[in-house]
Design a protein around this ligand. Structure first.
Ligand SMILES: C[S@@+](CC[C@H](N)C(=O)[O-])C[C@H]1O[C@@H](n2cnc3c(N)ncnc32)[C@H](O)[C@@H]1O
Length: 218
């Protein structure tokens, strides 16, 4: 299936309920989204670029991070494949410049930027696609630019399997299927993706599932 459309149906259906899920309304995803608001704030703080800087956000969803970025004084361009998510984000953050696209398909109209951010979205790419996306980002970023991501990452294969089994044992079948279906990376392989693309990256754990990734050009 083409990458742009791979998980699109899921997000078209999820758009209206999404904000309830991130605030604890979906019991299976409570740990995945634990500290959601704090994690978004940490992404903005970690970016620490001068006000007026241009930030590219991949997969803004309903616009919760976009809203904080706009409030911090940034120009924000959101690349979002789901029309339903774009509609939610546009209603919430009128200042957000939204374009249809995805990690591997950024419209030519998007300029080079000072920072690239993404939360709970990079795992939609396979490891090889993550390599390509990060290589593309080196061309999108201006000198001195930064990447800050937050997403589910596993320490190693053993941890990934343990989390899958735990979800099944808890009867969290939706989460268990998600953990098998999507491309949640292990930290070593993700570090390699950043390094191969020419980035220096640092990882910091945010909750049981989510890690903050902060990268600059080496
Ligand atoms: C779990 S939501 C996260 C939304 C938001 N970033 C947040 O933190 O609440 C994932 C978002 O990524 C988008 N997405 C899925 N595949 C994508 C891709 N290949 N490139 C960019 N965005 C993608 C989805 O449409 C959805 O809006």
């Amino acid at each position: 299936m083409a990458l742009g459309a791979r998980f699109n149906e899921l997000f078209e259906r999820w758009a209206e309920e999404y904000d309830s899920a991130v605030s604890g309304g979906h019991p299976e995803y409570r740990e995945v989204f634990e500290g959601y608001a704090e994690i978004l704030k940490t992404v903005v703080n970690e970016l620490a670029l001068p006000p007026g800087s241009t930030i590219l956000e991949f997969g803004p969803g309903t616009g919760n991070l976009s809203r904080l970025l706009v409030a911090a004084g940034y120009r924000v361009i959101g690349v979002e494949p789901s029309a339903a998510m774009r509609a939610q984000a546009a209603a919430k953050v009128p200042e957000l410049e939204l374009v249809e696209g995805h990690f591997l398909s950024v419209p030519d109209s998007v300029p080079t930027v000072d920072g690239i951010v993404s939360t709970w979205a990079f795992h939609h790419l396979t490891d090889e696609e993550k390599d390509r996306a990060l290589a593309d980002m080196t061309r999108l970023l201006r000198p001195g630019g930064k990447i800050v991501f937050a997403d589910t990452v596993f320490v190693d294969e053993q941890a990934r399997e343990a989390f899958q089994k735990e979800a099944e044992d808890r009867g969290f079948l939706e989460l268990a299927e998600d953990l098998r279906r999507e491309f949640y990376p292990v930290i070593g392989r993700l570090e390699e993706s950043f390094r191969k693309a020419g980035f220096l990256v640092q990882f910091r754990r945010m909750n049981r599932y989510v890690w903050l990734m902060s990268a600059t050009i080496a």
